[in-house]
Every structure is written in C-alpha cells, then in structure tokens.
Design a protein around this ligand. Structure first.
Ligand code: GAL
Ligand code: CA
Length: 325
C-alpha cells in the first residue's frame, strides 16, 4: 500500500513536469547581434510550434546582468530548462554549479563553455555551429579564386609575388568561433600549398561599425597591398565593404571579401557583387536541435543522438556564393 502511494505521487510529479507548467528560459548574450537575433527568432518559432511557454532574456552584453537574471529565475523556480547563450563563455562554471543544485538541464548555445566546465554536470549540453569547417570552407572559396598555388591567378595576386596578402577581421578574443575559424582558414590554405602573408588581423566584436572603423585604419596602412579580406562574420565584412566603397575600391578592380553567417544583408551584398561569398551558419538547424533537447527534457525522453564529448553537437555549414544563390 505504501509503495502504491509513492508510485501515485511520482506519477503525479512526472505528469506535472510533462505539462510544462514552467517556462523554457532563453538567455541571449545580446539581441543587437544580427546572427543571435535570427537564431533566437528561430528558437521562438520552434517553441511556438511545440506549444512551449518561454521567456526571452537579453543581457545586452553584460555577464553581470545575465547572472542577475539567471539567479532571479532560479530562485523563483520559473523555469524547467535553461537555454543559455553566455556573455562570457569562460565564466560558465559558477552558473553550472547553481543550476546543478536545481537538477534542471542547461542547453548552452553559440558561445561554448570549456569542456572542463561542461563536465561538471551531466545535464549540460552545447549546440553550436562547426567553426573548424567554416574556416575550411572559407579557404576553399579563397582557393577557387586564386587558383594554382604555384602560379596564382594574376587578377587577384595583384603584386605578382605568388603570395596572398591577407587581412583578417576577427570576432571576439577567446570566442571559439573566432579562433577556430581563423586557424582552420590559415591551416587549410597552407595545406593546399598557398603562401599567405597576413598583413594584419583585427578584432571587431562581430559588429558592422567596428568592421568599418578597423578597415579605415587598415586601409590607411596597407591600401592597395591588400589582396583578400577574410572576415569571421558577414556583419564585419559589410562594415569593411561600406568603408571600401568610400575609397572607390570596387570601381576599377575587384577585391575579394568573404564572411560567415549568411545573414539577409550578407546575401544581398553577394547578389550585388561586393561580398564574394559566405558560409551559412545554420540558425534554423541549430534552433531545431535546441528544440529537440527541450522536448526530451520536458517529456522525460532519452537523448538518442550521438554527442561529441558527451555534451556537444556542432551543426555544419555550407558555402554560399553568387553561383549558389
Ligand atoms: C557567431 C556568429 C557571429 C556572432 C557570434 C556571437 O557564431 O558567426 O556573427 O553572432 O556567433 O556569439
Ligand atoms: Ca600577392
């Protein structure tokens, strides 16, 4: 009899969990970021489709603000799942310890915590893009322009030294998507046999305005020496393009510029011929994967996909140029 009572009680608890009375809490590091805004709206679409209650928090690029929002959320027991885009991905351990006490799952996205931190708690997951592949695909686009590494296409190797004079526009220091994209880009070009001279690399925090400003400085220093610009995302590339237009760079010859993300404005710039190409950062698939995890937790289902290091899943992107538009 006693056993039966316990059984009924547990079933009741499970049922209340299934009906998802609590919200799915979605935390964005900064909704002014173009890609994050599109990813969060894809997540919203998923939540609406599945009829989940959800709340979106924007920490406006402040980890202190995000901590405050999270602690408040935990203390009021408002959430069933935490979907978390950290401001400072290296500061995950204290958040993980706090959530662990609630025994609720965390799905990190886009800003990847260290594996040593993810390992602190079994119910921690990460959904992101595949930055290594993105860098590799950027190198492929570059190779398709410059051609034979022993005898570079003269249209792009403007000074004819058989080396690619390159400018790198990087996202944020210590962001996995910045470092891995740029490293994979340079490594792959080297593997393919290209000689590359990095004239300079500049961090522009993923922002169009910063891309504009930095390009202005870079152009003052290197002007016509630049043969190729590779940017960690489309927004920074668009900023650079905007500045280069003021210098009439595109009037007489072509300067190839590539990005990552495949934003609406990025695609428009490809169509207009200013951006040579981009690599799609697939926000729809990433949102679907986040929704898959949410669905498993809310309905007490087993996660039956294979995860890298028991916690992570990386969604592949693909090349987009005028030809494939
Ligand atoms: C990257 C994306 C950038 C920026 C960043 C934010 O994956 O390519 O545009 O949104 O995430 O963490
Ligand atoms: Ca050259």
């Amino acid at each position: 009899m006693k056993n039966k009572k316990i059984f009924i009680l547990t079933s009741l608890l499970l049922t209340s969990c299934n009906t998802n009375k609590l919200d799915v809490s979605i935390y964005a590091y900064n909704l002014e970021d173009t890609f994050i805004a599109s990813l969060v709206s894809s997540i919203e679409l998923e939540m609406k489709e599945k009829n989940y209650k959800y709340t979106i928090f924007d920490s406006k690029n402040s980890q202190i603000e995000q901590n405050r929002q999270l602690i408040n959320d935990i203390e009021n027991d408002n959430s069933s799942v935490f979907v978390l885009n950290m401001v400072d991905r290296l500061a995950a351990s204290s958040i993980i310890s706090k959530v662990k006490k609630t025994n609720k799952p965390i799905i990190f996205f886009n800003r990847e915590p260290l594996l040593s931190d993810l390992n602190l708690y079994e119910q921690c997951y990460y959904v992101g893009t595949n930055p290594y592949l993105e860098g590799t695909l950027q190198a492929e686009m570059t190779a398709s322009l410059f051609g034979d590494p022993q005898n570079l296409n003269k249209e792009y190797d403007k000074n004819g030294d058989n080396k690619i004079q390159l400018v790198l526009l990087k996202g944020e220091i210590a962001h996995q998507d910045s470092e891995l994209r740029s490293n994979a880009y340079l490594e792959t070009l080297k593997e393919k046999g290209y000689e590359v001279e990095v004239l300079t690399s500049r961090y522009c925090s993923w922002k169009k305005e910063k891309g504009y400003e930095e390009m202005k400085n870079v152009y003052q220093e290197f002007s016509s020496q630049i043969e190729m610009i590779s940017s960690n995302n489309d927004d920074m590339a668009l900023g650079a393009i905007e500045f280069l237009k003021t210098q009439n760079v595109f009037n007489n010859n072509y300067l190839p510029i590539i990005g990552v993300d495949g934003t609406t404005n990025g695609k428009k710039a490809i169509e207009e011929g200013f951006l040579y190409g981009t690599v799609i950062n697939d926000n729809v698939q990433q949102a679907k994967m986040i929704s898959y995890f949410v669905n498993c937790f809310v309905n007490n289902k087993k996660i039956d996909i294979s995860l890298s290091s028991n916690h992570c899943i990386y969604i592949d992107g693909k090349i987009l140029t005028k030809k494939s538009l």
